[in-house]
Design a protein around this ligand. Structure first.
Ligand code: FAD
Length: 349
């Protein structure tokens, strides 16, 4: 991958986001990326374009427009009905080569983690994976004597070294600047019903060479667990809860509040709760209106997944537990006494 010269770099314009859909339903990350893409585009004085890839997907254009997309490039082909690396990578790489965006964002979902790096390799640019913060700014961030500081670069921030440090990465010499973005971190915009986007239909052609994988059968996982990323109230438990059975205390509290139970990784590792309920760096990023952290110490990797919650209430018997540093309200004491008392008090209201 050679560095591009200034003339080549200048050919790349606009912020593109991959609009992920599964079974012709747009994933939440698609709206988050449109919202974040629009914010970045405004800083660059440009537009946000959603790239919608699939089969029979043109019905989804208006929804993308309602959440802020200025343009939608639709790649519609029967080959793209279900996600497969090869035809989707061919579609997205062709869009990049044809339309030359300066920024290309993809969700760090199971699909995006496969698609993003494949496409970045194919179009010969870099990719920063699993970003939690994006900004437009100068790079290097702090001037280094003898080194040119480039302006209006995409500064891509992500946890590094097991979450012990935060790295800011840029791609100053190649385009597009590509990132996968962690779901649940970026803000989607308010929906504007009736908003319209310019639609560009584009099909690079799909030959049998794109059929390296044949899907024989799709079996869907059946789960009655609601996604904790959609919850307005989360009652989250940690190792301090003590056992799988004792989570009943938290479930009762969640019930009276109309909320859901989530947990720390220690709880998943202990086999008390499934991984789907884990909050944190290697779990889900949540942003509820109310987050209870009960018997959770507040390790950096946990906090990374919940610190954006509107109100955080911590219950912990250790007054020095780091969770109190991020909590809006804290109760020091034994959760076995406090949680049932709280549940009863709310019931009595
Ligand atoms: P502990 O740290 O053991 O804390 C238990 C807390 O309960 C203590 O503060 C204690 O004072 C309190 N307590 C005990 N008994 C009571 C009681 N009766 N009443 C009140 N309080 C009580 N962790 C995550 O959560 N999510 C992640 O996504 C995640 N990703 C990670 C990724 C990496 C690469 C690494 C290295 C670690 C990751 N971790 C993650 C693990 C993280 O470092 C911590 O080990 C974990 O969050 C600790 O979970 P905990 O707070 O439940 O347990």
């Amino acid at each position: 991958m050679g560095a591009m010269n200034a003339e080549e770099l200048a050919k790349y314009k606009g912020v593109f986001v991959f609009a992920q859909q599964v079974d012709n339903v747009l994933s939440g990350i698609s709206f988050e990326l449109v919202g974040e893409g629009k914010r970045l585009a405004e800083k660059l004085g440009t537009e946000v374009t959603a790239v919608l890839v699939g089969s029979d997907v043109s019905g989804l254009v208006d929804e993308l427009a309602a959440y802020g997309a200025d343009k939608v490039i639709v790649v519609d082909d029967p080959e793209l009905k279900n996600y497969r690396t090869e035809p989707y990578a061919h579609a997205l790489a062709s869009v990049i080569n044809e339309f030359k965006p300066e920024i290309m964002l993809v969700g760090a979902t199971a699909i995006g983690r496969d698609l993003g790096p494949t496409v970045s390799a194919r179009v010969q640019t870099g990719l920063t994976a699993d970003c939690t913060l994006l900004e437009i700014g100068d790079f290097p961030v702090n001037p280094i004597p003898g080194k040119e500081q480039k302006h209006n670069q995409l500064l891509m921030t992500r946890p590094a070294f097991g979450g012990n440090t935060i790295a800011t990465i840029a791609c100053p010499d190649n385009r597009p600047q590509m990132a996968t973005v962690r779901p649940g971190v970026m803000q989607k915009l308010d929906k504007v019903e009736g908003a319209k986007a310019e639609v560009i239909n584009y099909n690079p052609g799909f030959t049998p060479n794109n059929r390296y994988v044949e899907i024989l059968e799709i079996s869907k996982a059946v789960s009655d667990i609601k996604d904790i990323m959609d919850a307005k109230i989360l009652v989250s438990g940690g190792r301090g809860v003590g056992s799988a059975e004792n989570f009943k205390l938290l479930e009762d509290l969640a019930d009276v509040l109309g909320g859901q139970v989530s947990c720390s990784r220690a709880v998943v590792d202990s086999g008390w709760k499934p991984k789907e309920l884990q909050v944190g760096q290697t779990g889900k990023t949540v942003r509820p209106q109310l987050y209870f952290a009960i018997g959770i110490s507040g390790a950096i990797q946990h906090v990374a997944g919940m610190e954006e919650s509107d109100i955080i209430i911590a219950i912990n018997k250790d007054p020095d537990a780091p969770i109190f540093d991020v909590a809006d309200y804290g109760v020091v004491g034994d959760l076995n006494k406090i949680v049932p008392a709280l549940t009863e008090a709310i019931k009595a209201e």
